[in-house]
Ligand binder design. Sequence first.
Ligand code: PLP
Length: 216
Amino acid sequence: MSIKNQISIINNEIKDKADLIAVSKTRSVEQIIEAYNQGQKKFGENRVHEIVEKYNNLPKDIEWHMIGHLQKNKVKHISKFISLIHSLDRLSLAKEIDKNARKENRSIDCLIQIKISNDESKYGLNPEQLDSFYTDLKQFENINTIGLMAMATFTKDQSLIADEFKKMEKLFKEMKTIDSKFKILSIGMSDDYQLAINNGSNMIRVGSKIFGQRNY
Ligand SMILES: *Cc1c(COP(=O)(O)O)cnc(C)c1O
């Protein structure tokens, strides 16, 4: 299946229920252009040097999303152009994003990353920490917090993933009632985006289903 075909298949499936972020980490500029020519304008990356290089070499109407763990000392490289940071998970990072956004005379849209999985390696806040983190974020005038992001446990057990997504939907709805700026729930990847949409996701991050298997 070609990249073009995969994109139109996914768009047909999700209709206008969710925004499709094409996860282009490890993919070439040529592969991204093929997706772009099919109308795909939003791409997600998890490494700063890679997102910067692609930003420099690809059309400027692409929206770049940072979806991976972000180190503070690298924020300055993306603060000029990043559309959405999905991985805001600690105050020290918020401070750095705020500072760099102010230098660029802009505000940067961010999602708070929540840890819902059992996987040891996953980043994110524990759900119990969300309230106080949200309150602390209010001091940062150049950060615009507009939703939540999470990664499900890496498992074939669909019922476990569904439980995790349901928890996220509940948290998201709670946040929406206290802050009308909360509008994005970024959950769902290649193998579970339909399940995610059924549980309130309106932004999905899809890589291998579009571009083929990655080598890692
Ligand atoms: C790689 C990645 C994805 C996409 O994964 P696929 O299984 O290839 O769709 C989504 N979200 C994050 C945070 C990722 O790092």
